[in-house]
Design a protein around this ligand. Structure first.
Ligand code: NOJ
Ligand code: CA
Length: 705
């Protein structure tokens, strides 16, 4: 979209930005994106968005349906004034893909008054070069302390039947495969029998979740998501597939109002990203629309590479529980009288074995699930109280294991499964975090499996959005980093609370054999809001070979699994497979040992969602580069120009690649490792198998090193 014609027009457009205030026009700093705001004859707020010659959002209305005494805030508005401003800044994230992020935008605030009621509502727009954001701001005003919102009425009218990468609308899970269809094809494919961990709360046959990726006929990518989801329900999108108009659909909870907001109040930002495929991968607009870091001391927050006593339970080789529910008195929780079933993974000897392996190989932490009592009888039972988050099983010596881990130079990572009972977690949270402080844990993986209690609440309701952020804030008070599974999908809040180091909110490796295209879509969608604890690094693809009865085969090559450490950015990365499987392939494991989890610089070299992604990143504060490529179903040869290297310097590249026989479906465990000298002039030609990929470490070897 950034054609030379557009660049040529730039000076003229930039000039009009200075003179356009009265008519509600807002241009991006490069002049390519143009927002137009007005009110129609009925006083309905309307905006539209164009990018060069492409209409991105046709005229779309804005407003709210309210409950209670207040009439809807949907029409009858007069414009009191429009203010313009510009911002040219940058900020340094505590961890991230880049050590500095440019934050450059033009802004416009529209002040509205509803004539009949006197209600005041502002709409703030920001235009960046790679997208726009807008939000509603309700100033404090006489006579109205709060609003009860029945529905937000933000429209996003698309200009055509775009190709879309989408997952079904659902109030409880994002753990779906992506569908790739035209917008007009959503209805036919969208049903509650979509594969995945579906909780069947589909609200509309054309309802989808954000981030929603689309591409128009001229190849421009459009992505609708939200930023800074605070104190408000998550937004879904409902498509009118005749007009190709999306309307916001807020997630309901138990109260009649989807959101109750105390004034003054600002909604989350509604974001429309616009650009090429690699522009969408690289944009920081979601983080830029979030508030700066709210924590004064961030010295305790650190990128973390970890292993876990986990995959062995996921695959069924061992279990979280200590005994069987029928061999145990659930009334007394007295494990001394219980007969162990002998498959408890989190036992002292096994945990020590993992500690040794993780420490020997330079990991920072070891996650242990199933360390605490209660796993015998909880799943699907909808009990208010299952876990207390502090009492270990009899064969897990909390103090001795933490001491041993410390003596080996690593930390244990805490696990809090809340069993979908936020009230129980809230009641135990301070003692749970205090226990972590006592033993020196500084990171927790939390989870929200099952229907949210009390019955009728949902994972993405206003009440639960408050809960997740409250858990992160309270964790920060205890200097604890949080990785929350099954929580609401992230919206860039890690800028404000960088101890939010991970989320799940999509299908991760625990789905085992999800499609090969999945990892070529997530960086365009789910990852825009924040990092994912995807748990890559599986080396043994035939799961039945070590977990008796497991019929699944992971459809990814070893080289593909290595590439994920580069293509799926996260400051928290797991090596998910078992120590014995890494010991079988020490030469490939060397890449996982070496690859950093924090970066100074990132480049997205080439990508097509659903087909492949190739990314290069420079280690934080260092000279070494790491390149990753992941491929979906069609085998292809990637051409990788190393022109990001410093000219004149010499590097040694170690390439971990698919062999010619490799195939993610049928022959996934074969790989080739080669070394060669490279410079910034080198162009590598690298075959990628079906479900395959490659990983390269590029380290300087010249005198400047
Ligand atoms: C679901 C999480 O995604 C998974 O990683 C975890 O092991 C289980 N819940 C148990 O808490
Ligand atoms: Ca999960």
């Amino acid at each position: 979209m950034h054609t030379s014609i557009i660049r040529f027009l730039l000076p003229a457009l930039a000039l009009s930005a200075c003179t356009a205030a009265p008519d509600g026009r807002l241009l991006s700093p490069d002049g390519d994106l143009a927002v137009a705001f007005s009110t129609d004859a009925a006083g309905v707020p309307v905006y539209s968005l164009v990018s060069g010659s492409d209409t991105i959002v046709r005229p779309s209305t804005l407003g709210f349906r309210l409950l209670g005494d207040n009439p809807d805030l949907a029409s009858g508005f007069a414009v009191d004034g429009i203010e313009h401003s510009a911002h040219d800044g940058k900020w340094a994230p505590v961890w991230g893909e880049n050590d500095s992020i440019a934050d450059v935008y033009n802004a416009m605030t529209v002040h509205l008054t509803q004539k009949a009621t006197g209600m005041k509502m502002d709409i703030e727009f920001r235009a960046y070069d790679d997208g726009i954001g807008f939000r509603y701001v309700f100033p404090a005003q006489a006579g109205t302390d709060s609003l009860r919102i029945a529905e937000e009425l933000s429209q996003f009218a698309m200009a055509g039947d775009h190709t879309a990468w989408w997952i079904p609308g659902d109030y409880d899970t994002q753990e779906y495969e992506y569908n790739i269809t035209p917008l007009s094809g959503i209805r036919a494919k969208n049903s509650n029998d979509q594969p995945g961990n579906v909780s069947a709360t589909g609200f509309s046959p054309t309802g989808v979740q954000t981030s929603l990726l689309m591409r128009n006929d001229s190849g421009v990518y459009i992505n609708i998501h939200e930023a800074a989801l605070v104190d408000y329900p998550a937004m879904h999108l409902d498509l009118n597939d005749t007009t190709m108009m999306f309307t916001s659909h807020l997630t309901p909870g138990i109260p009649e109002a989807k959101a109750t907001v105390a004034l003054p109040f600002a909604t989350p930002w509604r974001v429309v990203m616009v650009g090429s495929a690699t522009d969408i991968l690289a944009t920081n607009i979601i983080y830029n629309l979030n508030e700066p870091c709210a924590l004064e001391d961030v010295s305790w927050i650190h990128p973390t590479k970890y292993m876990g006593v986990w995959w062995e339970m996921i695959t069924g080789k061992s279990q979280w529980s200590y005994t069987n529910a029928e061999d145990f008195d659930l009334a007394t929780f007295d494990y001394s009288k219980a007969r162990p079933h002998g498959k408890h993974g989190a036992n002292n000897a096994n945990v020590r074995r993992y500690i040794d392996f993780a420490a020997d190989n330079g990991f920072d932490q070891l996650l242990i699930e199933g360390w605490n009592i209660g796993w015998e009888d909880w799943f699907g039972k909808e009990k208010d109280y299952v876990f207390d988050f502090v009492t270990p099983y009899p064969d897990f010596d909390l103090k001795a294991l933490n001491d041993y881990a410390r003596s080996r130079g690593i930390k244990l990572m805490m696990h809090h499964e809340t069993s979908g009972s936020p009230a129980n977690y809230e009641a135990h949270m301070d003692t749970a975090y205090a226990l972590m402080n006592e033993y020196g844990y500084d990171a927790v993986k939390s989870g929200y499996v099952g229907n949210i209690l009390p019955k009728g609440d949902t994972h993405y309701s206003q009440r639960m959005v408050r809960h997740y952020l409250d858990a992160v804030r309270r964790a920060a008070d205890h200097h604890i980093m949080v990785n929350a599974h099954e929580a609401v999908r992230p919206t860039g809040l890690a800028r404000t609370y960088p101890n939010l180091v991970g989320n799940e909110s999509a299908m991760g490796t625990e789905y085992q054999n999800m499609s090969t295209q999945h990892v070529t879509i997530l960086p365009f969608t789910r990852l825009k809001g924040g990092p994912m604890d995807f748990t890559p690094g599986i080396f043994r693809m035939d799961l039945g070979s070590f977990a008796p009865g497991n019929k699944e085969h992971k459809r990814a090559t070893v080289a593909n699994q290595l590439a994920l450490y580069v293509t799926m950015y996260s400051p928290l990365q797991m090596a998910a497979d078992l120590p014995e499987h890494y010991a079988e392939k020490p030469d490939a494991f060397a890449f996982i040992r070496e690859v950093p989890v924090d970066w100074s610089e990132s480049r997205y070299l080439d990508a097509v969602p659903g087909e492949y992604i190739i990314a290069a990143r420079r280690a934080k504060g260092g000279d070494a580069w790491y390149v990753g490529g992941v491929n979906a179903e069609t085998p292809r040869t990637a051409s990788v120009a190393l022109d990001f290297l410093t000219p004149g310097r010499t590097y040694e590249a170690t390439l971990y690649a698919d062999t010619p026989e490799a195939d993610g479906h049928t022959n996934p465990e074969v790989y080739d490792i080669t070394r060669r000298t490279v410079t910034s002039d080198t162009v590598l030609s690298i075959p990628m198998a079906r479900g395959g990929g490659f990983a390269i470490s590029v380290r300087p070897v010249d005198a400047n090193n």
